[in-house]
Design a protein around this ligand. Structure first.
Ligand code: OAD
Length: 269
């Protein structure tokens, strides 16, 4: 199969997972499960109350394991498989931490997959930064310390996988096997640098098609990606429920759900 475009970059945001029942950031009116964002998603929040942060992310892991990839994830995953067999190259950049792209694809799209905000299926040592594949929920919905394997979350075969629950400190915080220091979710928190941005920009400046799906164009640096790709000569397309903040950076706007609009659009390429 051959494609009209030779280098394609897809950027996804919370909207692509909305049809899987994963709540979008903006839908929750700035509060995450009644917590202020800075309490549960910032380095200072973790320093102040790591138990609260692990309770929050344990629930996110359990909820992510229950969510299923939807039609848009599946369409994109099939396209990525097709593109691998063609002369075109695709890169998928996601802001989502919910693991649904990896699960729809059936493996990790490896070099061409950038989760710039991290993912729920990894943890990181707070001392040496070693990253682990980690699918444990350490607290249940009532806040009780537990060891629940959120089995459906995707695990990365290229990382050390925490197959048995790691040691915990007296408060129930998991400790890293490498340094016996606190583990933290490998999620990019507010005030932290997104991961893999240099690689993303490299792909953006070389692509001939850029497609943003389900992202409001509010959150940096991803909100700049369409402008970077357009400046480099790419055709830029936005698939979103409503017009995004960075609407001016797109040549084409397809307003509607990702599940409807993405398959329609892909027929054209
Ligand atoms: P936002 O919540 O800011 O925007 C989601 C966008 O998706 C909105 O513009 C919605 O209109 C649109 N949308 C909702 N349902 C849709 C559907 N079924 N099909 C298509 N579009 C739909 O999310 P992002 O732009 O991704 O991280 O925000 C970036 C990131 O900021 C988020 O991933 C969030 C935060 O860091 C986390 O939640 C972990």
């Amino acid at each position: 199969m051959d494609f009209r475009y030779k280098r394609i970059v897809f950027l996804t945001g919370a909207g692509i997972s909305a049809e899987s029942g994963v709540r979008t950031f903006r839908d929750s009116s700035g509060l995450w499960e009644n917590h202020k964002v800075e309490e549960v998603a910032s380095p200072s929040g973790f320093q102040k109350d790591p138990v609260l942060v692990w309770k929050f992310y344990s629930l996110r892991r359990l909820q992510a394991a229950e969510a299923k990839p939807n039609k848009a994830h599946a369409t994109l995953a099939n396209l990525l498989h097709d593109l691998e067999k063609s002369h075109s190259k695709a890169t998928l950049i996601t802001q989502n931490v919910d693991t649904l792209h990896e699960r729809a694809y059936g493996a990790l799209p490896d070099k061409n997959f950038l989760d710039i905000h991290g993912t729920l299926s990894r943890s990181r040592c707070t001392k040496c930064s070693k990253v682990y594949s980690d699918r444990w929920a350490y607290f249940d919905a009532t806040g009780k310390s537990v060891d629940i394997h959120a089995d459906d979350l995707w695990s990365n075969a290229s990382l050390t996988c925490l197959l048995t629950t790691p040691k915990r400190n007296a408060n129930g915080i998991p400790l890293s096997p490498c340094c016996t220091e606190q583990l933290r979710p490998d999620i990019v928190w507010f005030g932290e640098r997104p991961q893999g941005v240099e690689k993303a920009v490299e792909e953006l400046t070389r692509c001939d098609l850029f497609v943003a799906i389900g992202t409001s164009g509010n959150v940096q640096p991803a909100s700049n990606f369409a402008a970077v790709a357009r400046k480099a000569g790419a055709h830029t397309v936005c698939i979103n429920l409503e017009s995004p903040e960075n609407a001016g950076a797109f040549h084409e706007h397809l307003l509607g759900t990702a599940g409807d609009k993405l398959p329609e659009f892909l027929k054209k390429i």
